[in-house]
Design a protein around this ligand. Structure first.
Ligand SMILES: NC(=O)C1=CN([C@@H]2O[C@H](COP(=O)(O)OP(=O)(O)OC[C@H]3O[C@@H](n4cnc5c(N)ncnc54)[C@H](OP(=O)(O)O)[C@@H]3O)[C@@H](O)[C@H]2O)C=CC1
Ligand SMILES: O=C(O)C1=N[C@H](C(=O)O)C[C@H](O)C1
Length: 232
């Protein structure tokens, strides 16, 4: 595949390495706006850019008839809008807040645990996410995905970053050094605690997942997520 990298930062570079190892070619490396390059020379674009850039990047790909995989977080208030645009223009688009296989298994585990805990009294659910100090958004996109699955089984209707707002699901956010991404969900009672945790050791899992998603998207039309790709 000929791949356009929209965003050539930490993730763009990790994706380039994996893509080359899997026999693909990088035809565009794009960091600056506006998007003045001819996207049409690529088979697929992979967007890991900036919360303010993702929407326009994805739209530009749809306009150019180029399949697009996006992992950028922090812009999802416009997700329904881009979904409608993609449907109307018969585009090919995959979005996931986390492309690693491990986290996608963890998503299922979290949803299952939330169902198990739904009718068990006495446990307080909470979440924690830790990332590197350069991260722009908080909480992480992955934490929001995990929170939504917990909230689906809960009387609580929203998440919060404020520990004192006990009506909502508390997400503790930590920013430390160069941590690639750690997420934990815990249920604590006065007698014990249950915790599930996923810890990324590096960015290879995110990058590999994004390239596998781009391969899977070839010759498909519509809007998909990583669960579709992995059959989870
Ligand atoms: N879904 C997943 O699995 C994962 C998602 N992410 C998400 O991916 C995004 C990128 O992360 P990361 O690589 O660490 O961030 P970086 O800051 O390292 O890289 C982002 C790059 O995008 C560039 N950029 C800014 N504006 C545009 C634009 N209009 N078009 C194209 N590129 C642009 C930035 O350039 P400049 O520095 O000049 O502004 C920068 O080089 C984040 O939202 C992060 O949360 C990260 C890991 C996994
Ligand atoms: O910015 C990051 O680094 C990461 N962002 C994604 C998120 O916001 O969930 C995925 C991963 O945790 C790394």
């Amino acid at each position: 595949m000929k791949i356009a990298l929209l965003g050539y930062g930490r993730m763009g570079k990790a994706i380039e390495k994996v893509a080359l190892e899997r026999g693909h070619e990088i035809v565009i490396r794009k960091d600056l706006e506006p998007l003045e390059v001819d996207l049409g020379i690529a088979d697929t674009a992979i967007d890991f850019s900036h919360p303010t850039a993702a929407f326009d990047n994805i739209k530009a790909c749809i306009d150019s008839g180029v399949a697009v995989v996006s992992g950028t977080t922090g812009w999802l208030e416009r997700f329904e809008e881009i979904k409608g645009y993609c449907e109307d223009h018969k585009g090919s688009f995959i979005y996931s807040s986390n492309f690693s296989i491990g986290v996608n298994v963890f998503f299922n585990l979290n949803a299952h645990l939330a169902k198990l805990m739904k009718n068990i009294k006495g446990y307080k659910v909470a979440m924690e996410e830790t990332h590197h100090i350069h991260k722009l958004d908080a909480p992480s996109g992955t934490a929001i995905s995990l929170a939504n699955d917990v909230l689906e089984q809960s009387v609580k209707t929203n998440w919060t970053l404020d520990e004192n707002d006990t009506d909502k699901l508390f997400i503790k956010v930590k920013r430390e050094g160069e941590v690639p991404g750690t997420h934990a969900v815990s249920y604590t009672s006065s007698i014990d605690a249950i915790e599930i945790k996923h810890e990324a050791f590096n960015r290879t899992g995110f990058a590999l997942g994004a390239v596998v998603a781009a391969e899977w998207l070839q010759n498909r039309k519509g809007i998909f997520n990583m669960k579709d790709v992995l059959g989870l």
